[in-house]
Design a protein around this ligand. Structure first.
Ligand code: TXA
Ligand code: MG
Length: 317
């Protein structure tokens, strides 16, 4: 299969209607999309990513009214969040109707829904009459793509068409929420900051497996990871510790005397750092450095999600 990169939304819709896959831009990361109501198309997504079938997919659509077609109810506490942040970097888990196939949710009762804000994704979703199942468009376990070129580098020959929507504006995957009893749970920290959710919905609980506290060690080495070892800590200390090795540094705003470095935001903006984090990991992974060194960001805003991704990307050495 040869892969084409282009801007043709009509062609992309045609490929999706035929049950094939298209990589699509969203404001968080690029997704590998197929018709969520077509089991064969969804199987192709798992195969192309080499993703285990027990890891469910997010269904993408263009409006809350569309979501209502696929769920049995929308909990009242989630509605204000949905109305404010859909479209946006928010994913909600909702009890599904049977029209959403088991393969999309790995058999779970709740399905994940997201409304991307990216105008290309919006136009594409409005031109088809089915939701799109779409995980991030990377091989399972690798770093999520934030440009069409990132997708091409990893998924070439696995997807017929990559719809190019430029660089992702948010750059980190959506925040995933759902209800457990009366509690709003945050299952994955992401592109919508915890503070924004709390301001609208009150107290929430962050599920252990996606908190920035490394209490789910199984997840830490297998997700969002570059191939090189990545170590997090105080950068000058680590540079001394790895003396004699070729070092690549990912820093927030500071500059160091090392063979390779990627400064996330010269102006010290956390949002800019989040937007550039995955490109930084990819670029440093592509050097001949022996080790990548990085430091946590301040925890506020998207800093929490960035730190979560850094932690998951870090290898125990
Ligand atoms: O920003 C994003 O969310 C991107 C763009 C493309 O929309 N998508 C994305 O998908 O990051 P993926 O598959 O790489 O990550 C989705 C996460 C997975 O960890 C999956 O386990 C979880 O969402 N998930 C999906 N459906 C679920 C469900 N029904 N119940 C619990 N977790 C679910
Ligand atoms: Mg992913």
């Amino acid at each position: 299969m040869s892969t084409v990169i282009g801007h043709d939304i009509k062609a992309a819709a045609e490929i999706l209607r035929a049950g094939e896959l298209v990589a699509i831009p969203t404001e968080t990361v690029y997704g590998l999309a197929g018709n969520a109501l077509n089991e064969d198309a969804v199987i192709k997504i798992f195969k192309a990513k080499e993703r285990p079938f027990f890891d469910p997919l997010i269904a993408h659509t263009y409006s809350i009214d569309q979501i209502r077609k696929y769920v049995t109810e929308i909990p009242a506490r989630l509605l204000p969040l949905m109305e404010r942040y859909m479209p946006g970097p928010l994913t909600v888990l909702l009890p599904r109707q049977n029209i959403i196939p088991d393969i999309v949710t790995s058999g779970l009762e709740r399905a994940a829904f997201r409304i991307p804000q990216h105008e290309v994704a919006q136009e594409l979703l409005r031109s088809i009459d089915f939701p799109l199942a779409a995980p991030s468009a990377n091989p399972f376990g690798y770093i999520s793509p934030t440009t069409a070129q990132h997708v091409y580098a990893q998924m070439r020959d696995k997807v017929p068409y990559i719809l190019d929507g430029g660089e992702c504006r948010v750059g980190i995957e959506s925040t995933i929420v759902g209800m457990e009893g009366d509690t709003i749970m945050v299952y994955r920290l992401g592109g919508l900051a915890l503070e924004e959710i709390q301001a609208l919905a009150g107290e929430v609980q962050v599920a252990a497996s996606s908190s920035s506290d490394p209490s789910a060690p199984g997840m830490l080495t297998s997700h969002y990871a570059p191939r090189k070892p990545l170590v997090i800590g105080d950068i000058p200390t680590l540079i001394r510790q790895y003396q004699g090795k070729k070092i690549a540094v990912i820093s927030f705003a500071e500059s160091y005397d090392v063979p390779y470095q990627y400064i996330l935001s010269l102006g010290g903006s956390i949002d800019e750092a989040a937007k550039r984090l995955f490109a930084a990991m990819r670029e440093m992974d592509a050097t001949d450095a022996d080790v990548i060194i990085a430091k946590d960001l301040p925890e506020g805003g998207l800093g929490r999600a960035v730190n979560d991704r850094l932690k998951r990307a870090s290898h125990p050495l």
